[in-house]
Design a protein around this ligand. Structure first.
Ligand SMILES: [Fe+2]
Length: 380
């Protein structure tokens, strides 16, 4: 999978992500083969780049990693979160039933596919960031909730609560919310009010379990070392819902495109959360999270001590050590015969780095070879 700017797209390439319009409906679905008119339409929509499964324009298709949520579940949930924000803004209240159904559908999808690793979250191209983000955080939180053994009732509470976790952002002026640069102290103080505002709003809603549902909104920015906000809770003082959603929230924000940053690869997000955010997260939950979220998703091209290779398989609990198909030596010469290394079974070789999209594109051009083709053979 590679992210290409629009001028590099060619008819025949296959979309690896859906493109949603501003009401949350899907305009182009993942798996769709691009045509000249689709590319033109994307240009008109103001889309600047797109993930495609490979640079190949013909021949057998590279299998796309399966999303944990069904496309319909995701699209409806995004729309429901959007509706909730709209209704609250206009009428100060909203009908909780549709959102509850969307939340139940997320939990259902998670339960039905809990053996699947998260290979991609939501490669999103639309201006519905807050809403799509809320759905993704709910999905990732629900997944982590299952892994740590929450009951079904707790799971639905956590998921519904997470869909509403950023409601308090309604009170943040748009100039601050979408500011590209760093926030100054006053601006950050405004942002810091959203957990409290969101929690108050949820508790004023006609939910029988409103208090429980408000926990995620109130606690998703607390840190284990007490340095988070708004209440500076530490360790066990932070409810399990708060500890879970904090991890899901940061992971999704890091792997998303924002006005002020590119999307980080899952391996970079992993590194930042493990090494640059010491004291923020519950260590046990974070280990559990990354045992089920691929650090090197299938199709990632790696520079390893054994040469260049593409991730062929990732297994639960071994996401740091995938099975890699090596196709070129360290001097970038294609091998006559590729070979697989299972990094979970060798300590001799190590992964040096992940090739980013620019490097990968350069690589494909230099070598006249798209490593994604090796995954096609796999799918036969
Ligand atoms: Fe937040």
């Amino acid at each position: 999978m590679i992210n290409l700017p629009l001028n590099r797209l060619q008819p025949g390439m296959v979309m690896a992500q859906s493109v949603l319009n501003s009401s949350g409906a899907s305009y182009l679905s993942r798996g769709q083969q691009l045509t000249t008119s689709y590319i033109e339409r994307l240009r008109q929509m103001g889309v600047r780049d797109i993930h495609v499964s490979s640079t190949m324009t013909s021949g057998p298709k590279v299998p796309l990693p399966e999303d944990v949520l069904q496309e319909r579940t995701r699209a409806i949930a995004v729309k429901r979160v959007y509706d909730m924000f709209q209704q609250i803004q206009e009428k100060k209240t909203f009908d909780p039933v549709p959102l509850g159904k969307a939340s139940a559908a997320i939990v259902n999808d998670i339960m039905a596919r809990k053996g699947n690793l998260v290979q991609l979250t939501d490669l999103r191209v639309h201006d519905m960031y807050t809403f799509a983000h809320s759905v993704n955080v709910a999905m990732l939180s629900s997944l982590l909730g299952v892994l740590c053994g929450l009951t079904e009732a707790e799971l639905s509470e956590l998921t519904l609560g997470t869909l509403m976790h950023d409601l308090g952002k309604l009170n943040i002026p748009k100039e601050i919310l979408n500011k590209p640069g760093r926030l100054d102290e006053d601006e950050f103080n405004v942002v810091k009010r959203h957990p409290m505002d969101g929690s108050n709003l949820i508790q004023s809603m006609p939910f029988p379990n409103a208090k429980q549902l408000a926990i995620v909104a109130r606690q998703h920015h607390e840190h284990m070392d007490g340095k988070g906000y708004p209440d500076h809770r530490r360790g066990d003082q932070i409810h399990i819902y708060g500890r879970i959603s904090a991890i899901a929230d940061v992971y999704d924000a890091l792997t998303s495109v924002r006005p002020y940053k590119k999307a980080y690869a899952p391996s970079v997000a992993y590194h930042i959360m493990r090494n640059c955010s010491v004291g923020h997260f519950d260590e046990y939950l974070m280990r559990l999270f990354f045992s089920n979220v691929a650090i090197y998703p299938v199709g990632t091209v790696l520079d390893t001590t054994a040469g260049y290779g593409i991730v062929r398989r990732v297994e639960f609990g071994k996401t740091e050590r995938p099975v890699v198909c090596v196709f070129a030596d360290k001097d970038l010469r294609l091998l006559d015969k590729t070979f697989d290394i299972d990094f979970s079974e060798t300590s001799r070789d190590t992964i040096d780095k992940v090739l980013n999209d620019t490097e990968l594109l350069h690589f494909i051009h230099e070598m006249h070879f798209d490593p994604a083709v090796l995954l096609v053979e796999d799918g036969k």
